[in-house]
Design a binder for this molecule. Structure first.
Ligand code: KIV
Ligand code: ZN
Length: 508
């Protein structure tokens, strides 16, 4: 049986989704879970793009043993050197170098002729092969490239030593039929194609990323580049859980071997969604809340009689077994820590203490603590632990006319306390203004949502925000039984994410 390699780029292309930037610890936690999932290759980042990216790729390389660690770089020596250095400690490593091959990119972005691009690609692959035993080449915007040129460059990079050649549909423009034909053309026309693995990489701008990737597989590609929950630039990338389950459920059409332990899918999906504060649509394929629910009487009747009438896969296949244990204030420490581990969350001893103490506080206020509460507590506590700014105190006065909503906020930063007050059209505006006065940052709130973590009256409220700072979006979230406190925490979390990425020790 042929083997399909799963190349996960959640930590690289996925992180390019607006507001999805992750901290080093968060990336490490996701990398560990991707390893448990059985991912063949984890693309950990783009090392030359920032010192932070470099450190993250280095940390993931040190820690992960069973998956190959890939680092992305442009087809230039300085980039390749940085990528090689970042993955040096990895047990299995790959340099992933790319250059655009479409007329529109070559002419307007690179300002280079096709011959110059071809020479750069060949030189980059040759150089990378001297530094790393495994090299992948990507022809960026491959689907809008001239097929003859794509065949020529593929042949030359394989000759130069690339073992994997990836054909990205960078702008999600291709259709399944067209993309399948492109992969077939490469297989038929490139004389040395048997010396390399062809890879697919599809974006979801027209909602066809998974279908297009699978068409590539049906036509001879053997690696899929994808992300958990389909996160990524703009409309995202092909969703790994969908591609994998499509191949598992339709084994008649995809008679291939995969290394993925599908029972880890749900856990991984939740970890990613919770980490970057991207709630999943209820009807998201495979991992959405409604995926295994049956509402209409006819369907319910059918499933009672025979599950397969309306279910093409079992919830257990993707790790969605029902958890019958509801935790509360009387649950023992062991039960709580076991559930946290079952959710795929790894904590250091200090983090365990923080999370456990907070769990007890939450359990005191609400009788039953669900998995979603646990995720929320963990995010909140770990977010705070990595913070530049922490909330010492806040007070809000709000009400109907003639009362003007007013917030007083006290934050600590670098061991000092700072206090400010502000008014606003509403209490949320007042809190944000008071925080901004302390941080001195120019921010714009571009998204704000509030939801109950679980559907009962004494639920934890969870606030999610997206804040634009210095032209880049940062997500934040916070939870509390008080929704204004949850809002303040979420906003501060986004500000802290900005600070982490800017490494901003100065300022107040
Ligand atoms: O979409 C794309 O073209 C990419 C490449 C850099 C592989 O992500
Ligand atoms: Zn991409």
């Amino acid at each position: 049986m042929d083997r399909i390699y799963i190349f996960d780029t959640t930590l690289r292309d996925g992180e390019q989704a607006p507001g999805a930037s992750m901290t080093l610890d968060q990336k490490l936690a996701i990398a560990r879970q991707l390893e448990s999932l059985g991912v063949d290759i984890i693309e950990a980042g783009f090392p030359v793009s920032s010192p932070y990216q470099f450190e993250t790729v280095k940390a993931v390389s040190r820690e992960i043993k069973n998956s190959t660690i890939a680092a992305l770089c442009r087809a230039v020596k300085t980039d390749i050197d940085k990528a090689a250095e970042a993955i040096e400690a990895a047990a299995r490593k790959r340099i992933h170098t790319f250059i655009a091959t479409s007329p529109i990119h070559m002419e307007h972005k690179l300002k280079k002729t096709p011959d110059e691009v071809l020479a750069m690609a060949v030189e980059a692959v040759r150089y990378a092969r001297n530094l790393c035993p495994e090299v992948e080449f990507s022809a960026e915007d491959g689907t809008r490239s001239d097929v003859d040129f794509l065949c020529r460059i593929t042949e030359k990079v394989i000759e130069a030593g690339a073992q994997i050649v990836n054909i990205p549909d960078t702008v999600g423009y291709s259709t399944p039929e067209e993309y399948g034909a492109l992969i077939a053309a490469l297989r038929n026309r490139v004389p040395n194609i048997d010396k390399a693995i062809l890879s697919v990489h599809n974006h979801n701008d027209l909602g066809m990323a998974v279908a297009t990737s699978l068409a590539g597989i049906r036509n001879g590609a053997r690696q899929i580049e994808c992300t958990i929950n389909g996160i990524g630039e703009r409309a995202g990338n092909a969703a790994m859980e969908e591609a994998v389950m499509a191949m598992k459920v339709r084994k008649d059409l995809f008679p291939y071997e995969l290394n993925i332990d599908t029972r880890q899918i749900f856990k991984t999906s939740r970890l990613v969604a919770n980490t970057i504060a991207y709630p999943l649509p209820k009807n998201k394929a495979i991992v959405g809340e409604n995926t295994f629910l049956h509402e209409s009487g006819i369907h319910q009747d059918g499933v009672i009689k025979c599950k397969q009438t309306y279910e093409i896969m079992k919830p257990e296949d993707v790790g969605r077994e029902v958890n019958n244990i509801v935790l509360g204030r009387h649950s023992g420490r062991n039960a709580i820590l076991t559930r946290i581990a079952e959710l795929g969350i790894t904590l250091s001893p200090e983090e365990t203490e923080l999370v456990y103490t907070r769990f007890l506080k939450v359990a005191d206020k609400k009788k039953e603590v669900y998995d979603e509460d646990i995720f929320s507590i963990v995010n909140d506590e770990l977010g705070r632990q990595n913070s530049f700014y922490t909330m010492e105190y806040f007070n809000i006065i709000s009400g109907n006319n003639p009362l003007i909503p007013t917030a007083t906020v006290k934050l600590s930063y670098n061991g000092e306390s700072y206090q400010e007050a502000a008014v606003g059209d509403g209490p949320v505006a007042a809190i944000i203004r008071a925080i901004d006065r302390i941080t001195g940052l120019k921010t714009r709130l571009t998204d704000f949502n509030l939801q109950a973590v679980t559907p009962n009256k004494n639920a934890l409220g969870e606030a999610g925000v997206t804040v634009l700072i210095d032209g880049k979006s940062y997500n934040g979230r916070g939870s509390s039984t008080d929704i204004l406190e949850a809002t303040a925490k979420a906003y501060l979390n986004a500000v802290n994410n900005y600070c982490i990425h800017k490494n901003r020790p100065e300022g107040k």
